[in-house]
Design a protein around this ligand. Sequence first.
Ligand code: UD1
Length: 421
Amino acid sequence: MDCFEITGPNRLQGRIRAAGAKNAALPALAATLLAEGTVELTGLPQVRDIDTMTRLLEHLGTRVERDPDDLGTLRFLPSGSTVSDDADYDLVKTMRASILVLGPLVARLGHARVSLPGGCAIGVRPIDQHLAGLEALGAKVTLEHGYVTARCDRLVGNRFRFSVPTVTGTENLLMAACLARGTTVLENCAREPEVIDLARLLTRMGAQISGAGESRLEIQGVDSLGGARHQVIPDRIEAGTFLVAAAITGGDVELEGSAPADLAPLLEALAGAGCTIDTGPSSIRVAAGEPLRSCSIETAPHPGFATDLQAQFMALMTQATGRCSIHETVFENRFQHVPELVRMGATIQVDGGYASVEGPTPLSGSHVMATDLRASASLVLAALVAEGTTVVHRIYHLDRGYEGMEEKLRTLGARVVRTTE
Ligand code: UD1
């Protein structure tokens, strides 16, 4: 197993380019199952979750062509009659987003069997809304032996209201509804930029969608979808992580190719913490505040503060003057980084969905364990300001979602090496 050895403290400075968004790429890959023509996706990040989803599509019968000169481009050729409907446990267990193949498979084939997903252990994370939505469109859904099976002749448009705005749930239903007969209205939808990006791809494939980015989506079903070319949006969570890295190290970092509007709540919080923010049409620069001030946050579905940036912001708050509250409202078990940050010297108390952080506290290099994707990122950030060497174990979590993180950090002046335990 690989780990990072990070020697701090270090001031990060310089300019890097954001990778393509993992969470936009995953539904885009799943959407290729709907197409009767070739779909070319560009700007795909080189991360393990994308490899896993690609393998899953190949297992389902899709032919995938790689471009040796551009690893971020993949072409997905329709599988015709050889398509399989069975997404088995070995492929699905490491990645919750595998459930995204369920909607497209049922819509296209009329049947699908997908293992219940694994992924980050950041809460119970049910998929009841994905299933209720498919049932509303006429699928018969059963759960057996850890698999979801869904069947129907052809999905039929209907009105469905999500009980919570779920990102992958909205994406699954949006994809399924594109091939349903008649009109589907989805309410209380997730409004994340990644949902909008998926709608853009589906529209290029011939889908009729209105309301992308709003909580009400209306989809007029079509008989078939064709090929398309699409570039996935930049990764706002990766970008946000590096901007927090600038802030926590007293540094100055510019992210090229990222959309400031998609990161508005983080930028507001960084400004509240005393950082200087400069934005261009597709660039963001953050220079750390001296001293950093405490700033309370509350996570919420988009356009609120992204839960995927909560752990990183908490690491930052250990270096800010004063006490702040971090309220996690999206997932019930998303404070797994807290005990590790405390081992490094942070003062953090957790009470249910609230964490109270008191700073600034000097952090010292320690052995820490990555528990999930974004928690791992917060440990890396803490290590950048800690005195001495921190070993972040189990960074396979990071490799799921961050492209070449250690190279990017080194470009900015960090001392990071990847070693094998
Ligand atoms: C996606 C992101 C993940 C991010 C999360 C919230 C991808 C691949 N992953 O995950 O990085 O942390 O959005 O921004 O895009 N829920 C239900 N029933 C359901 C589905 C969800 O109750 O059927 C609940 C969840 O338990 C959670 C909340 O809804 O409390 C939001 O989860 P959801 O948006 O579904 O997260 P994911 O789509 O899995």
